[in-house]
Design a protein around this ligand. Structure first.
Ligand code: FES
Length: 107
């Protein structure tokens, strides 16, 4: 299975989120989030307007957009309240030996 290292696990604060700007083969910035010890990877772009979700807040498995406060489920990408109506992209990750890896999507 192809995998790409995104960051060290320790780089992601508890209930925090960091931007991963340049990921080989991915043409958008990503963000890695911790929600109560679980690690997620999402597109670092709100589906409503141009806002970086890594500038937002993580709580209860969601990230809140810093611009208009829609919240996105970190696992599914689904928004909970307007103005965002479209989901954000989510990406499969694994944590091994203190490192966070992006896993290749299965067809
Ligand atoms: S830019 Fe994110 S909710 Fe508007």
């Amino acid at each position: 299975m192809t995998r790409i290292k995104l960051c060290n696990r320790a780089d992601v604060p508890t209930n925090g989120i960091i931007r991963i700007a340049d990921v080989p083969g991915i043409d958008i910035p990503l963000a890695v989030a911790d929600s109560d010890g679980r690690i997620f990877c999402i597109a670092d772009l709100c589906s409503h307007q141009t806002a970086s979700l890594s500038d937002g807040w993580v709580e209860d498995g969601c990230v809140e957009c810093p611009l208009h406060e829609s919240r996105f489920d970190l696992a599914t990408g689904a928004p909970d309240v307007p103005p965002a109506r479209e989901p954000i992209a989510t990406f499969p990750v694994a944590v091994e030996n203190g490192e966070v890896f992006l896993l290749e999507r299965q067809p």
